[in-house]
Design a protein around this ligand. Structure first.
Ligand SMILES: Nc1ncnc2c1ncn2[C@@H]1O[C@H](COP(=O)(O)OP(=O)(O)OP(=O)(O)O)[C@@H](O)[C@H]1O
Length: 444
């Protein structure tokens, strides 16, 4: 019980420390007045739908992503949230060049990387790396951890000459809070949280500037999620990383993001700072998503309005005309059917100095506070933790503040990673390697 309680406290303290560091590095970055590191403009990905066996005829297209634009500042975290199938992973794959866009631009430091090829593309890809969702299937069970993390160096030998690789990989293990002596172990000898640390170490191998994390904690136990999020926070501060953090869990996104974009059927429908989106949402879809976020406090829960959306998400092969959300929206009127709402500050808020004045693609945008403000939620969580710490029986949750606390002998029975794991070079960063971050400091 007490171990669990102090584990949570340590995790929280670690998170606070990382956030303080981060705030410092962001202040420095803001003072430098930098351009966005990444500018995404009107990004489109349509997958053709074909018919016929011998002669394939295109009969339509799945509009997985249909005009997505956003900026990412250096050192910033942009969260992207939305229901399954709304196009989040497709955006992520285009950012790291695992998918070629149908149209649109992805500008990295001003240069459109969708137009690059050969050496120029290879050089840029080093700087934008991906961390995948499922640590159980994204690591090759037949490769040692050292080979998995060091694999990117095969493609970028200039980053780490052969004689240097073992040390670099050990540095990386250390950086993500794993014992460098585990270098010869296999993925099945690690727990889920530790495997995700391995995935993160691999993502860092190239010393990238941007990490695209696609649901990096969704497959993990709740008790381990906070540790991995804290690790990402700390690494961001330490290496001045910028993150695109994709998730369907709004509470996790709030914890880590500076800004949040909400996606629906291939488009961003609302985007703003975490405060704007969570405390002053103006798009009905965001409000509906927020109304479904669990609220721990029963009193707050009673006062929270639940918005139940009717019907299913329409098919991205045949999205509704005008506003794509209109078929499920309680405010929809004729205009919504005829006119595509632009993602911009709604006219009603343009002249007012209000947090509701952020980009929202709704003809009838209006502010609605759906969940209690963050301050209130945090107080509630703390109170709840205090109470649990005093009264609950020890549930034995592996809740140490660092990765080493969690199944440290690497033999915790997380053996299911063996089954069905692909051949390891599946999607994981596409074999792109990179320099190990030089300064090494442990999570603990
Ligand atoms: N290779 C493909 N061919 C055809 N359709 C695809 C392909 N990849 C994705 N899609 C479709 O594109 C849409 C968006 O998929 P995507 O995986 O990007 O959504 P998502 O928001 O990440 O969902 P999830 O959280 O379930 O992964 C879905 O309708 C999906 O079926």
């Amino acid at each position: 019980m007490h171990a669990d309680h102090s584990g949570r406290r340590e995790a929280r303290e670690e998170g606070e420390k990382a956030r303080a560091l981060l705030a410092k590095s962001r202040a420095a970055s803001a003072a430098a007045g930098g351009e966005p590191i990444l500018e995404v403009r009107d990004l489109v990905k349509h997958y053709p739908l074909t018919q016929g066996i011998l002669i394939k005829k295109q009969i339509g297209a799945v509009k997985a992503v249909d005009g997505v634009s956003f900026d990412l500042a250096a050192g910033e975290t942009l969260g992207i949230v939305g229901e399954s199938g709304c196009g989040k992973s497709t955006v992520a794959k285009m950012l790291v060049h695992l998918e070629q866009p149908t149209a649109g631009a992805i500008r990295y430091k001003g240069e459109d990387i969708t137009k690059l090829s050969g050496r120029a593309l290879k050089a840029v890809r080093r700087n934008i790396q991906m961390v995948f969702q499922d640590p159980y299937t994204s690591l090759n069970p037949r490769m040692t951890v050292g080979d998995i993390i060091g694999e990117p160096y095969e493609i970028h030998p200039e980053v780490a000459p052969k004689g240097d690789r073992r040390r670099k990989v050990q540095d990386l293990l250390d950086v993500v809070g794993l014992n460098p002596e585990y270098i010869n172990r296999y993925p099945h000898q690690f727990s889920g949280g530790q495997r995700q640390r391995i995935g993160i170490a691999r993502g860092l191998a190239l010393n990238p500037e941007i990490i695209v994390a696609d649901e990096p904690v969704s497959a993990l136990d709740v008790s381990v999620q906070a540790q991995v999020v804290n690790l990402l926070d700390r690494l961001q501060a330490e290496f001045r990383l910028s993150y695109v953090f994709i998730a369907h869990d709004l509470s996790i996104v709030r914890h880590i993001s500076d800004r949040v974009g909400v996606m629906y059927l291939g488009r961003i429908v609302e985007i703003g700072s975490d405060e704007q989106i969570y405390d002053h949402p103006t798009h009905p879809y965001t409000q509906a998503l927020l109304s479904a976020v669990p609220v721990p406090d029963p009193t707050a829960r009673e006062h929270r309005e639940r918005i139940i959306l009717h019907g299913d998400v329409p098919s991205p092969a045949n999205p509704p005309s005008g506003c794509r959300f209109r078929t499920r929206c309680w405010k929809a009127q004729e205009r919504c059917e005829l006119e595509v709402p632009l993602l911009a500050v709604p006219a009603v808020f343009r002249l007012a100095d209000t947090p509701a004045g952020h980009d929202s693609a709704c003809h009838f945008a209006e502010e609605k506070q759906v969940v209690p403000p963050e301050g209130l939620l945090e107080t509630q969580e703390e109170t709840q933790e205090e109470t649990q710490g005093e009264t609950a029986a020890d549930d034995g949750a592996p809740d140490g503040a660092d990765g080493r606390g969690e199944a440290s002998d690497g033999d915790d029975g997380a053996s299911d990673g063996e089954g069905g794991a692909p051949d390891g070079d599946d999607e994981a960063s596409d074999g792109e390697g990179g320099a190990a971050p030089s300064g090494s400091s442990r999570a603990d």
